[in-house]
Structure formats: structure tokens, C-alpha cells
Design a binder for this molecule. Structure first.
Ligand SMILES: NC(=O)c1ccc[n+]([C@@H]2O[C@H](COP(=O)([O-])OP(=O)(O)OC[C@H]3O[C@@H](n4cnc5c(N)ncnc54)[C@H](O)[C@@H]3O)[C@@H](O)[C@H]2O)c1
Length: 366
């Protein structure tokens, strides 16, 4: 997806995002965290969850008053290995980072830590938080609920969020095992990218009220808000390709993002009440497991690396000369992009120029 793009180097884009977050009232240290989460995605080619989301998901929502630039991170309940946090509609990335830091600290002391969060906002790419744990020599697991998007198997109503279920594990390679994806076949960020590029989506990603496939991204984005289209779970619509498994995993994430923390779920997360925009009240969970509580970290890394290498070197399917493991493509994208920067599509470029001009930010000649 790299046609019609302008490359902006990472340092410039990161500094710009920090200035934008600060310009809309986010304190400097928090602005750095928010920009770090977005640039983390840009660096790895997760273009649906990087700087392209700066305006629509963060800047506009702060302006709309449905999320607050200053984060009140309240620990409402805490035990040695657990905590419940209320994010009070602050910055999801700040809440996410602080929560995973807490989980890691607990795991360092007691072997495992879990933090459940309520009343948060969009926390970006879930992989950022699992990667934090992997970098600390831990297994990281995280998930979040989101606006209703996925229809349950045999249903057509969008009920569940795209609910990523994400795992990070340290390895003896240059990159961790990082499985970071939604529990739907696709997620809204990717549909937004297709809309910005004016491309039709593949059949199977989205169904309408009759259960028919829809492929026009602009129409689908509107219909998802109206509730007349729904994303299919991993495995697709119906039972034939195991769609009920994706539906089940999305439900697991919805439960872990709401039931432990006394938070909101399903249709409570539409972001609208009586026709007005309201906070999304999202829930997340963060789990850190200290590998060294089980086995020497180096031994774990070696076994994990061996598993991944053995998978990659197994017999290839016709027409394919390579097998990947999770996290590998993102690492290779980083190697490709590190001297080039972020490929910003022209629609996103228009958005960031509009934000720059609205805030009167100088020194950014995009
Ligand atoms: N905050 C939210 O509400 C929210 C909701 C949904 C998704 N997301 C984020 O969106 C991002 C993208 O999600 P997605 O569902 O589009 O992901 P995706 O479909 O692009 O899948 C990405 C994952 O699959 C792995 N992968 C890709 N090709 C592979 C191959 N051939 N073999 C082995 N592994 C392979 C990647 O390494 C990565 O772990 C993620 O960062 C996710 O956390 C966030």
C-alpha cells in the first residue's frame, strides 16, 4: 500500500506528533508517550495504527470533548499481582503504557502481573504493550475492546469490537515473536486506509444486513456507524471456515476488557448517546509473565527461536518460497523504512497539514 505517498522521516514525524499532542493540551511527558505509540506502528508498517490516526482518532476526539488530554490514572483496587485502573477518559496510550509498566513491575516481584482498565480511550496498536513486556524478558499479553464491529456467527448485527488479542515473547533472534492482530478478518483502521487510497476491499471482510459481502470502504465505514454493516470474525461468516473461533476469541477479549474492571461492553461502546458523541469508555487488560520465574530466560529464548526457525524452514506451499512467523514482517519493514521514514498517503498528508495550520505549528514543511 505505498503508492501516492510522501515519505516523512521518523524524527520529524515524531516531533510533529508531540507538538500536536502538546498543542491540544496533552502534558509534554504524556505527549511523548502518545507519539511513541504511533511512531512504533509507523516504523513497523502497521499503517492502520500510526500517524494516520493522529487527527481522526486523537486530535478530533479531544476537540469533540469525548476524551481528555490530561490523564487521571486512578488505581481503584490493587493487590500484589493485580490492579484495576480507571482511566477517566484520558489518553489511552498513556493509560496503556502505565498499566503495562505496572504489570511488568508486579511480574518482576511475584512472577506474574495483570492490570485491568476501565473508562479508557483508544490505545493504538496493542503490540506496543506486548513488546514492552517482551523487551523486559517477559511474555506480554494484552487486549482491548472497541466500537461494535464484528457480527457473531449466524448474526449480521455489529456487536463486538475488533478486539485484538496480542502476545509478545522474547526470542534469541533480532525481533520478538509478536502476534498482534484483531479477532476480525480486518479492522477499521485498514478499511480507513483502503478508503484513503480509493481501493475496493476483498470480499469476505464485511457483511451487510442481508449477510451479503460489501467491498466499498467509504460506504462500509458509514454503515458500521449506522449499524447496517458488520465485520466478519477471524475465519469469516458462518461455520464452514471456523468463523465461530474468531467470534469466540473476540468474546474472550470483550469479557476480559469489561467484566473484571466493572467496565462497559458491546453496544455501550458506540460513542453515541441520544444522537450525541460521548466517550467510548473502553476497557483493556495487560498481563506480564516473568519467564525467569519458570526457566532461565536464555533457555526460553532459544527454545522459542528454535520453534520459529523450524516453522519457517518447513516445506513451502506451491507458489511460495518463504514462511513467516509473527513479528517478522514488521521487523523487515523496519529495516526497509529506517532510513526512509513514514510513507504518508495523500489524504493523511492533507489531514496533518490542516492540523499543523490550525495549531499554527512552524518548521514543518510537509
Ligand atoms: N486499539 C484497537 O482498538 C485495535 C483494534 C483492532 C486492531 N488493532 C491493531 O491493529 C493492528 C493491525 O491489526 P490487524 O488485525 O490488521 O493485523 P494483520 O492482519 O495485519 O496481522 C498482523 C499480525 O500477523 C502477523 N503476520 C502477518 N502475515 C503473516 C504471515 N504470512 N505469517 C505469519 N504471521 C504473519 C504479523 O507479524 C502480525 O503479528 C494491530 O497492531 C492491532 O493491535 C487495534
Amino acid at each position: 500500500m505505498q503508492e501516492n505517498v510522501k515519505w516523512i522521516d521518523f524524527d520529524t514525524m515524531e516531533k510533529f506528533m508531540i507538538d500536536v499532542f502538546k498543542g491540544i493540551g496533552v502534558p509534554e511527558e504524556d505527549a511523548k508517550i502518545c507519539a511513541d505509540v504511533l511512531i512504533w506502528a509507523d516504523k513497523r508498517g502497521i499503517d492502520s495504527h500510526g500517524s494516520n490516526r493522529l487527527k481522526p482518532i486523537y486530535y478530533d476526539r479531544i476537540k469533540d470533548g469525548i476524551q481528555f488530554p490530561v490523564t487521571n490514572f486512578e488505581i481503584v483496587k490493587e493487590g500484589p499481582t493485580t490492579a484495576v485502573v480507571d482511566g477517566h477518559h484520558g489518553m489511552g496510550m498513556v493509560i496503556g503504557r502505565r498499566s503495562m509498566e505496572m504489570a511488568i513491575e508486579k511480574a518482576k516481584k511475584y512472577g506474574m502481573g495483570m492490570v485491568a482498565v476501565r473508562n479508557s480511550t483508544h490505545y493504538g496498536a496493542a503490540g506496543y504493550y506486548a513488546d514492552m513486556a517482551a523487551k523486559a524478558g517477559m511474555i506480554g499479553i494484552t487486549g482491548t475492546n472497541a466500537r461494535p464491529s464484528i457480527a457473531p456467527t449466524f448474526g449480521v448485527e455489529n456487536m463486538l469490537g475488533t478486539n485484538p488479542l496480542t502476545f509478545g515473547m522474547p526470542t534469541d533472534e533480532d525481533f520478538p515473536f509478536l502476534l498482534d492482530c484483531a479477532t476480525s478478518i480486518t479492522q477499521r483502521g485498514k478499511i480507513e486506509v483502503y478508503a484513503k487510497l480509493g481501493k475496493k476491499m476483498p470480499e469476505g471482510w464485511v457483511i451487510d444486513e442481508n449477510g451479503d459481502y460489501q467491498t466499498d470502504p467509504d460506504k462500509v465505514l458509514g454503515d458500521l456507524v449506522k449499524g447496517t454493516a458488520a465485520l466478519t470474525p477471524l475465519g469469516g461468516a458462518g461455520e464452514e471456515l471456523g468463523g465461530y473461533k474468531g467470534y469466540g476469541y473476540a468474546t474472550v477479549v470483550e469479557i476480559l476488557s469489561a467484566a473484571l474492571q466493572g467496565g462497559s461492553y458491546l453496544k455501550m461502546l458506540t460513542g453515541f448517546k441520544d444522537g450525541k458523541k460521548v466517550p467510548y469508555c473502553l476497557g483493556h487488560f495487560f498481563i506480564a509473565i516473568d519467564v525467569s520465574a519458570f526457566i532461565e530466560l536464555d533457555e526460553f529464548k532459544k527454545t522459542t527461536g528454535n520453534i520459529l526457525r523450524e516453522l519457517r524452514s518447513s516445506k513451502k506451499a506451491k507458489g511460495h518460497d518463504r514462511i513467516y512467523t509473527a513479528g517478522e514482517k514488521e521487523y523487515e519493514t523496519w529495516l526497509y523504512r529506517k532510513d526512509k521514514g513514514v510513507p504518508v498517503n495523500l489524504e493523511t498528508l492533507k489531514e496533518i497539514i490542516a492540523v499543523r495550520d490550525e495549531l499554527g505549528l512552524e518548521g514543518y514543511d510537509f
